[in-house]
Write a protein that binds this ligand. Sequence first.
Ligand SMILES: *[C@@H]1O[C@H](CO)[C@@H](O)[C@H](O)[C@H]1NC(C)=O
Ligand SMILES: *[C@@H]1O[C@H](CO)[C@@H](O)[C@H](O)[C@H]1NC(C)=O
Length: 299
Amino acid sequence: MHFPTLATPFIFGATALAASLTQVSNYNNNAKAKPGMWVYKPDTVKSDALVIAIHSCQSSAQKYFANSKIPWHQGSDRKGYITVWPSSTTECWDVSSKASLSHDGGGDSNAIANMIKYAITTYKTDPKKVYVTGGSSGGDKDADELFGMMSNVLAATYPDLITAVSLYSGVPAGCFVSSSGASAAWNNTCSGGQSKASGEAWGNVVRNMYPGYTGSRPRMQFWHGSVDGTLSPNNYQETVKQWTNVFNVSTTPTSSKPDTPEKNYRTDDFGSNVEGIWAVGVGHSVPSHLDVSEAWFGL
Ligand SMILES: *[C@@H]1O[C@H](CO)[C@@H](O)[C@H](O)[C@H]1NC(C)=O
Ligand SMILES: *[C@@H]1O[C@H](CO)[C@@H](O)[C@H](O)[C@H]1NC(C)=O
């Protein structure tokens, strides 16, 4: 046996060993929805945590991963945790159909849950350290609408799988529901900030996505810009109402820190499980704050 000389650098060169984003073609997905699963395993895995990074509308796992404003790839290299990058088959993730808004309903949320289960088994990560984030792009056209929305839906449909969420510029879980049942539909009422309900009603939306579930719920951190022109800033307060109701805590913050984590941002804690970060003067693309999100996850 002999190798052609030219092939040698590709076989033994550093590039062949460096970690890269890799597609998992079969992740035991029994859901009707078939988004792609991509995984990034850093060269040195030093952590048994798993982070799921959900891309924005008009994007993909590969584009999101390559986006320099999305820091989870760097976080993974630095702290040695594995990241999973789901890739949607539709322009935006489906956060509107009954299938995706139900536990094991066969929609996108179900497929992402299958990715999580596959990853825990295959990479032997700790099932108690499953973290979900959907982050803003910081203004790139191809990734301008982030999927804070799917992060909220995952938290509601798979509380049994997810430990904590740090999402940017989302809406309450179920806010994008489509009355016709259409999948991946845009909802102007919600995006425009006219979907308002009591905490009890929003909490019921979450509870009804997984009826009968009584276990623990993911700790929720959500960021929103006060001048978001894509998903109205009203959604911040509605999201506060939703998750404080789920955790049965007051909508009055237990602590409210101005200029935290930076000037003009305010960090509101509602007990230890719900945290809202209100970014004054910031639009739809709230920049990712890797260190703050990682701290919320305990990474
Ligand atoms: C949009 O969502 C709201 C709930 O936020 C719902 O009441 C309404 O029916 C939805 N609109 C459409 C067109 O489906
Ligand atoms: C919510 O908390 C209050 C006390 O703060 C308590 O009286 C009530 O039973 C709790 N409700 C549920 C559903 O746990």
